[in-house]
Write a protein that binds this ligand. Structure first.
Ligand code: FAD
Length: 217
C-alpha cells in the first residue's frame, strides 16, 4: 500500500458523500472521494423530489445548518406546490408543500465542482474497497493501490460495503421488504405541479410518487 495520505476518505460520490466532501474540504481537511460511476449523478437511480429550504427548516427544526442542503437554480427541473396522498383504498388528501424536482446529474455535478474548488480530490469510475487499519484505514480499487485516510466516510449507499467492512451491522436495518430499482430515471417539464404519493396495501410504507408538472391531473 503506497498511496497518498488524507484526513478523510469518502467512499461514494452521491449527495451524502459529496456534501461531506464540500464541507470537510471547506474546513481545511485533506479529502478524497471515490465514486464508482463514471459521471457524478448519472445514471440516475432514484427520484429527485427535494423539499425547498423553508419546508426543510419546518421539518427539521433542530437542524441549525439547513443552508447546506440547498440546490443550485440550474439543477431545478420543475417545482411542486402540493402533495396529494392516495391511500390504499383510493382516498385522496392534498396539502400545500413546496418542493423541487431536481436533475440529479446537474445537482451532483455541482456538488462535485464545489468540493473540488474547496480542495477535495475526486476519482470517478473507481470502485473502491475499505481495508481497515488500527486507526482509519486504506481505501482503493485494490489493497496495493489504496490511499490512507484517518477517517473513512461510508457514503456508498445501502447496503454499504464500507460499513460492513468496518464491522457495522449494516443489513440489520433492512426490513422484510427491500426494494431496489435498476432502471434509469429521466425527467423533464416545468411548471407548478402536485406530487402524488400512492400508498400500497401489500408493503408497509410502500409508496410511489409522481409529479404533475404538466398539470394533467
Ligand atoms: C427509487 C428511489 C426513489 C427515491 N426518491 C427520492 C426523492 O424523491 N427525494 C429524495 O430526497 N430522496 C429520494 N430517494 C432517496 C435518495 O436517493 C437517497 O436518500 C440518497 O440518494 C442518499 O444519498 P447518499 O449519497 O447517501 O447515497 P447514494 O445516492 O446511494 O450514493 C452512493 C454512491 O456511492 C457509489 N458507490 C457505491 N459503492 C461504491 C464503491 N465501492 N466505490 C465507489 N463508489 C461507490 C454509488 O455509485 C453512488 O453514487 C429515493 C431513493 C430511491 C431508491
Amino acid at each position: 500500500m503506497s498511496g497518498h495520505k488524507y484526513d478523510v476518505i469518502v467512499v461514494g460520490g452521491g449527495p451524502g458523500g459529496l456534501s461531506a466532501a464540500v464541507h470537510l474540504a471547506d474546513k481545511g481537511l485533506k479529502v478524497k472521494v471515490f465514486e464508482k460511476k463514471k459521471l457524478l449523478g448519472k445514471p440516475v437511480r432514484c427520484g429527485e423530489y427535494f423539499p425547498v429550504k423553508e419546508e426543510m427548516a419546518r421539518l427539521l427544526p433542530r437542524v441549525k445548518c439547513i443552508d447546506i442542503i440547498d440546490s443550485p437554480e440550474n439543477a431545478i427541473d420543475s417545482k411542486c406546490k402540493s402533495i396529494r396522498l392516495v391511500s390504499p383504498r383510493g382516498h385522496e388528501f392534498e396539502f400545500p408543500f413546496e418542493a423541487y424536482i431536481l436533475d440529479r446529474h446537474v445537482f451532483e455535478t455541482h456538488l462535485g465542482d464545489v468540493a473540488r474548488s474547496n480542495g477535495a480530490d475526486i476519482d470517478v469510475g473507481v470502485q473502491a474497497h475499505y481495508y481497515p487499519d488500527d486507526e482509519g484505514g486504506w481505501v482503493g480499487p485494490t489493497r496495493e493501490t489504496a490511499d490512507y485516510g484517518e477517517i473513512i466516510v461510508a457514503a456508498d449507499g445501502y447496503p454499504s460495503e464500507t460499513a460492513e467492512r468496518a464491522g457495522l451491522p449494516e443489513r440489520e436495518y433492512a426490513g422484510p421488504y427491500a426494494v431496489a430499482t435498476n432502471i434509469e430515471y429521466f425527467r423533464s417539464g416545468s411548471g407548478a405541479g402536485c406530487c402524488r404519493i400512492v400508498y400500497g396495501s401489500e408493503v408497509l410504507a410502500g409508496r410511489l410518487w409522481l409529479d404533475n408538472s404538466e398539470g394533467t391531473w
